[in-house]
Write a protein that binds this ligand. Structure first.
Ligand code: SF4
Length: 373
């Protein structure tokens, strides 16, 4: 099998990890590979817009037993691997032709976490030192990696990630018997956080993590509480969510057995969690601003709409005098439209939302929450 054929298979298996491809879109487009089914993935780039990245596993073999993952060790699966030298050379050969903005490297666990990290690190090292590649490299930290392996990966990367998977040890231990939540996930995440802290020599390296949604019986409230701690205490740059896809896992896990009348409920949960994450990162929402019914976010309404309906005393917001944070609480108004309102105010008065360039459906959503003066 040549490198291209090997990568076709390995990149197909990388599809279950969405850590660089998600957004707040209410559809599943961000899950798809490129139209010709290759290993190129559309990704959101820092600062907005999208680009295309080569995203692959180094191997689809895995010593672990994550019950939600089709690559877990007890599955009858054709196992293959690509050598670091071959992958690095392949990436260099195609990057300009394909207009790639970078490389996302992940892997199943070959033998031990550190031996697997070695292959990821070798690939990045060849790219940096032999090919003098200065562009984007994302390395997935393998659960249980040692501090020295984490530091070497960070030193070569533009971004790193380590998936937390579940909010807390109880859910985690239902999904894997081999991995240990504190030893393999939480302690390396804490180390990653200290290594890339503001003012440190690796502060430029962005760090992200991902929850799997719906494999255990975790609630949205548990996820959002952990999300808050991950941003506030561990200074994560981004948090991603990946809806558990039924049929891929062990049929003993809650995600397979919970009866659910809505087949896409996990996908809608994923979407609502992305909206929640966005409200925390960009709109100044805090943990207390979210409402849950028996631990669940509303599937019918977005969390900002739910907040607005629960706080009638906050409205109407005055278009002419409200500050940025107040305007951001209005359903239908996002950061771009709020900036337009503020700059329109500087240039003269603003009498209605239609004085700024605003799509009709957003204007009608926002109009009952604002008054001109
Ligand atoms: S560590 Fe778990 S999630 Fe990752 S490839 Fe192995 S079995 Fe799958």
């Amino acid at each position: 099998m040549d490198t291209r054929e090997t990568l076709d298979l390995l990149a197909r298996d990388a599809q279950y990890d969405l850590s660089c491809a998600c957004g707040t879109k209410n559809n599943t487009d961000h899950r798809k590979r490129s139209e010709n089914g290759s290993w190129l993935y559309p990704v959101t780039v820092p600062g907005g817009g999208t680009g295309v990245m080569l995203k692959t596993l180094m191997t689809n073999a895995c010593a672990n037993d994550c019950k939600y993952c089709p690559l877990r060790s007890n599955q009858d699966y054709k196992r293959i691997a690509v050598a670091p030298e071959k992958l690095a050379q392949f990436f260099i050969d195609i990057k300009d032709r394909q207009g790639l903005i970078g490389l996302f490297l992940s892997s199943g666990v070959l033998d031990t976490p550190d031996r697997t990290m070695e292959r990821l690190i070798d690939t990045a090292e060849i790219l940096r030192k032999v090919y003098r590649y200065r562009g984007y490299i994302h390395i997935k930290i393998i659960p249980g990696a040692s501090q020295s392996a984490v530091e070497r990966a960070v030193s070569l990367s533009s971004a790193v990630s380590l998936n937390i998977e579940t909010p807390g040890i109880r859910h985690f231990s239902r999904l894997s018997e081999k991995k240990d939540y504190m030893r393999d996930i939480i302690n390396p995440l804490k180390y990653l956080s200290s290594l890339t802290a503001k003012g440190s020599s690796y502060a430029r390296v962005s760090k992200t993590t991902q929850f799997i949604v719906g494999a255990s019986d975790e609630t949205d409230q548990e996820i959002v509480t952990y999300l808050w701690g991950l941003y506030k205490r561990l200074q994560m740059d981004r948090i991603y969510f990946s809806a558990y896809q039924r049929g891929l896992g062990d049929n003993t896990i809650p995600g397979e057995t919970i009866s659910n009348s809505e087949p896409n409920a996990h996908l809608m949960r994923e979407h609502r969690l992305y909206q929640t994450d966005f409200l925390v990162r960009t709109y100044g929402f805090t943990l207390e601003d979210f409402s849950f019914h028996q631990g669940a976010l509303s599937l019918e309404k977005d969390p900002k709409q739910v907040w607005a309906e629960g706080h009638p005393e906050f409205f109407p917001v005055r278009l002419r005098y409200a500050n940025r944070n107040e305007l951001l609480r209005v359903p239908g108004l996002g950061p771009t439209l709020v900036s337009r309102i503020i700059s329109a105010r500087k240039q003269g008065s603003i009498k209605s939302l239609y004085d700024i360039k605003i799509p009709k459906h957003l204007a009608s959503k926002a109009s009952s929450y604002v008054i001109p003066e």
